[in-house]
Design a protein around this ligand. Structure first.
Ligand code: UN1
Length: 503
């Protein structure tokens, strides 16, 4: 008997969904909150993968002929279908990866929002015109569909990150081949089924394809596949480095959204009534498993004791438990490996001179639960483990005296995704966002707002080992198209640029 939420989403009889008994070619999807199997999902082999990409290539050739605003209408209908299924899909996200209900719903909301954004965009895929230096010549730019896009997504945003890519790619005239995390294939099946059902129903089948398989079988083929001119990948910096190298080797394009090691600076005059709850949400929300999670706090030395005291008090009130139960704020980590990673980072922090102030243990609530941790770095501010992104709720506290010191600490890690400053000082806020680039070195920099929970309207992504890609809002759509510069001579004479005469 399949899970009711699979029935509500109409995927209980999907040919990929099977009984959970583990056997070759099937991955068992487990609810991290209780360790129980939800379903089995059949994995694609190489031949199946090949057929899926062939189908995507064929769909692309038709889809690119559809006028962009009409593609927008399809995306609008997809967004409406996500609205209808928001509750059930949000619940499936919670079941599969352990997000609390509000965050599961919030994730689907991001999908709805990006669909709306993409609809408007479908009439705004603007190219520039530029004056030609030659008489009776015109110059303009065209933005053209790029091809079938490969999307590799992580477990922690199993629906929204695909949508950021797929909704934009869709209006840009691209088809999509999606390889989701094997920790969250059911959300992918349900999400892709919605998109494909709507697009197919409107006469455009095959635009949204899904391939579920092992990295060694499907992932490696995908990144080496010349049929996919762009690979958009979300995950660890290690994974992204490999993807980047392989795709560069075939002159493909990548859009990488990799690890973050995000800091929030708390200035001497910060409004703590605003800062403390913002920090708590950003540090423990999604059990510390967002790429935008606040992992480091850089606090002015004059208020560090007060900030620490208030954070510890807040952490003590956080309800850890069943992600779908009312009032729960922190659910489980995604699996036992994540718990081990959490515990070993805590052990390393202690051995490196960090002081564990609260949490840092397995929680008795269930198999994959931990208690969110706060670790105070030693007075030297040296804590090597804090250079790593541990995908779990650990907040390391550092101190600073001057704003320059705080910004330098913010920028001292390998990753560069998100950052924040809590301050009432205009000067310090503007230094953090300095137009010279001497402030935060991250792709996202916020003032009096936490590092996580970015809106879809802005470009999302970051620098350094975060990979440099930008997804979602602003002009991220350009990653999904190819630019063509066109020069048109409407005179009767051949004129060469740069004034060259070649008679
Ligand atoms: C991610 O963790 O990969 O800004 C994406 C946020 C969300 C997206 C996170 N809107 O926290």
């Amino acid at each position: 008997m399949s899970h009711p939420v699979l029935q509500a989403l109409g995927i209980a009889n999907d040919p990929r969904v099977t009984d959970p008994a583990a056997r070759e070619g099937v991955v068992t999807v487990t609810n991290p909150a209780n360790g129980q199997a939800i379903a089995g999902v059949k994995l694609d082999d190489a031949a199946t993968y090949d057929k899926i990409v062939d189908a995507s290539v064929a769909a692309f050739k038709k889809w690119r002929e559809v006028p962009a605003p009409e593609r927008g209408l399809v995306v609008r209908a997809i967004g409406d279908e996500f609205r209808k299924h928001q509750a059930a899909l949000g619940e499936l996200v919670s079941l599969e990866v352990g997000k609390i209900r509000a965050e599961g719903l919030g994730e689907v909301q991001e999908t709805i929002d990006i669909a709306d954004f993409a609809v408007g965009l479908s009439r705004q895929l603007y190219g520039l015109t530029m004056p030609s230096e030659r008489p009776k010549h015109a110059m303009r730019e065209l933005w053209l569909p790029l091809g079938p896009i490969g999307v590799i997504s992580a477990f922690n945003f199993p629906n929204a990150v695909w949508a950021w890519n797929a909704m934009l790619a869709g209006v840009c005239g691209d088809s999509v081949v999606w390889k989701p995390s094997l920790l969250a294939p059911l959300t992918a099946i349900a999400s892709n089924a919605i998109a494909e059902r709507v697009a197919g129903g409107m006469g455009h089948p095959g635009v949204f394809q899904l391939t579920i398989g092992a990295d060694q079988v499907v992932g490696e083929r995908m990144i080496a596949d010349k049929r996919l001119p762009l690979i958009s990948a979300t995950g660890s910096s290690r994974m992204g480095k490999h993807v980047g190298q392989v795709v560069a080797g075939r002159f493909g394009r990548v859009l990488l959204e990799l690890g973050g090691n995000n800091a929030a600076i708390v200035d001497a005059n910060a409004d703590l009534n605003l800062a403390i709850p913002a920090i708590v949400f950003a540090a423990v929300g999604t059990a510390g498993q967002r790429c935008t999670t606040t992992r480091r706090l850089i606090v002015h030395e004059s208020i560090v004791d007060e900030v620490t005291k208030r954070l510890i008090a807040a952490y003590k009130t956080i309800r850890i438990g069943d992600p779908l139960a009312e009032g729960t704020l922190v659910g489980p980590l995604v699996n036992g490996r994540a718990v081990e990673g959490f515990l070993s980072a805590i052990a390393a922090a202690k051995s490196q001179g960090g002081t564990l102030l609260t949490g840092g243990e397995k929680s008795p609530v269930g198999p994959n639960y931990v208690t969110p941790a706060i670790v105070r770095a030693p007075a030297s501010n040296q804590l090597p483990i804090a250079m790593d992104e541990t995908f779990a709720p650990i907040l390391y506290i550092f101190t600073f005296k001057t704003i320059d010191e705080a910004i330098a600490l913010n920028n001292s890690v390998h990753q560069g995704l998100s950052s924040a400053i809590f301050t009432d000082s205009l000067r310090h806020a503007e230094m953090f966002l300095s137009p010279t680039g001497s402030g935060s070195d991250c792709g996202i920099a916020n003032v009096n707002a936490g590092t996580s929970g970015a809106e879809i309207g802005g470009a999302f992504g970051g620098e350094k080992e975060t990979g440099g890609g930008r997804e979602s809002g602003s002009d991220s759509w350009k990653a999904y198209m190819r630019r063509q510069t066109c020069t048109i001579n409407f005179g009767r004479e051949l004129k060469l640029a740069q004034g060259i005469r070649f008679d």
